[in-house]
Design a protein. Structure first.
Length: 307
């Protein structure tokens, strides 16, 4: 990928990311960088600061794969606004203008031997932004036509298309993605801790704040609490039904002991294999509790029948 030719000079190196089916992998979380009241600067002026300072600190967090700031469309760029009427008057074609501007680059002139030494010859053809307007396009009747004669060269931000506002403050979004196989809750907690440090140490003096917009841990904890409550309710209900039909303390205690022992064995296996609990595994454990109750209930019935 690093050998792809003819990339634009301002293009970033290509990145390879593991994506889900259809390219719809959910984000770990979303944050907005807000300009607080009293901050007179445009929020767009903090785009470079975000990419150069905030983004590297978040991407350095363990198990965070990337941070997308969606600021590329509002970055500063070199804009050459030409006057088509003047271009026609001077006989300058737009295609020639584009080719001349794109060709302003340093080129190698080979080597020069001076005595016993050999020097590399390089032609300095790259213009600085403030000098680009003096680029010579053509010669007409002994006079030179420069870029400033038919165009205006300036550094500006491109037209802003998307405007974000959070809590009444101008802002722009930051999407944080986790690495493949990372624990969602653990990674989220590390991200929240780092953002809290950024707000206290770095952003407070600039009258900025990072506010979380989407927190997946809320739904995860809610689902876990729901399954957990159902899980314990199933245990109590299983033991109650078993006692109602068998009416034998010993058999009921055997089942009551077998359930936590089975669950403990499951947790040990999960820890050894490096697995973590999720909604699916908790639901499977809740289903297994019912299976344990049914198996022991069946055993108790056969014992009673044999007697």
């Amino acid at each position: 990928m690093t050998r792809v030719a003819n990339l634009p000079r301002d293009a970033r190196p290509p990145r390879i990311m593991l994506d889900g089916f259809g390219g719809n992998t959910p984000a770990l979380t979303w944050f907005f960088l807000q300009a607080l009241p009293g901050n007179d600067k445009d929020i767009a002026d903090y785009m470079d600061f975000t990419n150069d300072t905030i983004r590297p600190r978040i991407e350095a967090i363990e198990r965070v794969s990337s941070v997308q700031t969606f600021t590329q469309q509002n970055r500063e760029q070199l804009q050459i606004r030409y006057d088509p009427i003047k271009a026609v008057e001077y006989g300058i074609k737009i295609t020639d203008l584009i080719a001349l501007v794109a060709a302003t680059d340093d080129v190698s002139g080979g080597f020069v031997d001076v005595g016993r030494r050999q020097y590399t010859l390089r032609y300095d053809g790259k213009y600085r932004v403030e000098e680009l307007s003096q680029l010579m396009l053509a010669s007409r009747n002994g006079s030179y036509i420069r870029l400033s004669d038919i165009a205006k060269v300036e550094i500006e931000r491109n037209d802003r298309q998307n405007l974000a506002v959070q809590n009444g403050n101008p802002a722009f979004s930051m999407r944080i993605d986790r690495a493949n196989g990372a624990n969602v809750l653990a990674t989220l907690n590390r991200v929240k801790a780092e953002v809290e440090r950024l707000n206290k140490d770095l952003l407070v003096n600039k009258k900025l704040v990072m506010v979380q917009s989407f927190d997946a841990s809320v739904f995860i904890y809610r689902a876990i609490n729901l399954v957990t409550s159902t899980f314990f309710a199933g245990i109590i209900l299983s033991l109650s039904v078993l006692w109602f039909f068998i009416r034998r303390m010993r058999a009921t205690l055997i089942v009551a002991t077998a359930i936590p022992v089975s669950l403990l064995s499951t947790f040990i296996v999960l820890e050894i294999t490096g697995r973590s609990l999720n909604v699916i595994s908790l639901a499977g454990l809740a289903f297994a509790v019912g299976m344990v109750r049914c198996c022991h209930s069946g055993t108790g019935k056969h014992t009673s029948h044999a007697r």
